[in-house]
Write a protein that binds this ligand. Structure first.
Ligand code: FMN
Length: 373
């Protein structure tokens, strides 16, 4: 590092450079994928240019908000898509803005499975899943209770179509200019609904054994790798999480099976949610850890969930993660890496505006350090 600020960064583990395959990252503070529900009619909007470029640093890795891969994949209002030409075109200026500032930008590709209802489905059809077991009503961040229609269990013949939708979404992401994709295999959405034994009740080759439950996820990985190249593919997994009634009786075995299988594909990174994030919003002390999975995985390992500055530095020093993803802190602090560098105070996030649709409020109006009185 040539400059003075650079020398200082060497002392802060999170701010040391890291080479992720072909990507030279200048630090390890990653923007976690954050759904913001401001892509009206599933089309990314120009206000996202400012939002993402605010959070871009030269050589920093950003993961875009979960992005819907097809017309059956949506479960929340105004989440962006990447299956139509219009959506791909709308992403381009956003990706260009991130690249103009030297950022590395991955798209998180997403199918919600049964976390949907007829309002979001083509022709009001039932949502699809690994199962026909309904999801219990869920309480949203704003306190509203979301109800779900019982899903329709995918037949074996339909599964290749969904795998193909992930492949096409990855191709579209590259067409839009993204550097790669993160397959959303976490948080109780479709891929997780196949992996977790408390949801998946199939008796065919996609249910039962670990090998069978992980087959769908790994078919998607293979298809996406074949389409865009392994060096552009990451995956997010949350074996320990219970969101959306998606629980597994042996999360360590599930996580280990997945990372060992992923090793065969040589993907860029595996992104795992810390076991302490048993629910979406709270941290719990727990004896489990990701260390076994981190050790077993041969690529870049990214950890996320409940990290602060000290904790993230510790994870890097102790070699428990190569990269650390920050969600709520990065949402509220567009200049988070800079604040970590200076050990500056942080803005507090406002939960009430996480998912509101205003193009500015709670979105691009969190102050930078220079502007904080
Ligand atoms: C507003 C909001 C939106 C989120 N959207 C996504 C998403 O689109 N995809 C995803 O994998 N996780 C999503 N998450 C989870 C975050 O990426 C992250 O894992 C979680 O907030 C825990 O990390 P943190 O303690 O650093 O915030 C979201 C979280 C929040 C607060």
């Amino acid at each position: 590092m040539e400059n003075k600020a650079g020398e200082g960064k060497q002392c802060i583990p999170l701010l040391t450079p890291y080479k992720m395959g072909n990507f030279q990252l200048s630090h390890r503070v990653v923007l976690a994928p954050l759904t913001r529900q401001r892509s009206y009619g599933n089309v990314p909007q120009p206000h996202a240019i400012l939002y993402y470029s605010q959070r871009t640093t030269k050589g920093g890795l950003l993961i875009a908000e979960a992005t819907v891969i097809s017309d059956t994949a949506q479960g929340y209002k105004d989440t962006p898509g990447i299956w139509t030409k219009e959506q791909v075109e709308a992403w381009k200026p956003i990706v260009n803005a991130v690249h103009a500032k030297g950022g590395i930008f991955f798209s998180q590709i997403w199918h919600v499975g049964r976390v949907s209802n007829k309002d979001f489905q083509p022709n009001g059809q039932d949502p699809i899943s690994s199962t026909d077991k309904p999801l219990k009503p869920q309480i949203h961040a704003d306190g509203a209770v979301a109800q779900f229609k019982p899903p329709r269990r995918l037949t074996i013949d339909e599964i290749p179509q969904i795998v193909n939708d992930f492949r096409l979404a990855a191709r579209n992401a590259i067409e839009a200019g993204f550097d790669g994709v993160e397959i959303h295999g976490a948080h109780g959405y479709l891929i997780d609904q196949f992996m977790k034994d408390q949801v998946n009740d199939r008796t065919d080759q996609y249910g039962g054994s670990l090998e069978n439950r992980c087959r769908f996820a790994l078919e998607i990985v293979e298809a996406v790798v074949n389409e865009i190249g392994a060096d552009r593919v990451g995956i997010r997994l949350s074996p320990f999480a219970n969101y959306m009634d998606s629980r597994d009786s042996n999360p360590s075995a599930l996580g280990l099976y997945m990372v060992e299988s992923l090793n065969k594909h040589g993907i860029a990174y595996c992104h795992m949610i810390e076991p302490r994030m048993k629910t979406a919003w709270e941290k719990f002390e727990c004896p489990e850890s990701l260390v076994l999975m981190r050790k077993a995985f041969k690529g870049t390992f990214m950890a996320g969930g409940g990290y602060d500055r000290g904790d993230g530095n510790k994870a890097v020093v102790e070699d428990r993660a190569d990269l650390v993803a920050y969600g709520r802190l990065f949402l509220a602090n567009p200049d988070l890496p800079r604040r970590f560098e200076l050990d500056a105070p942080l803005n507090k996030y406002n939960r009430e505006t996480f998912y509101t649709s205003d193009p500015v409020v709670g979105y691009t109006d969190y102050p930078f350090l220079e502007n904080t009185a």
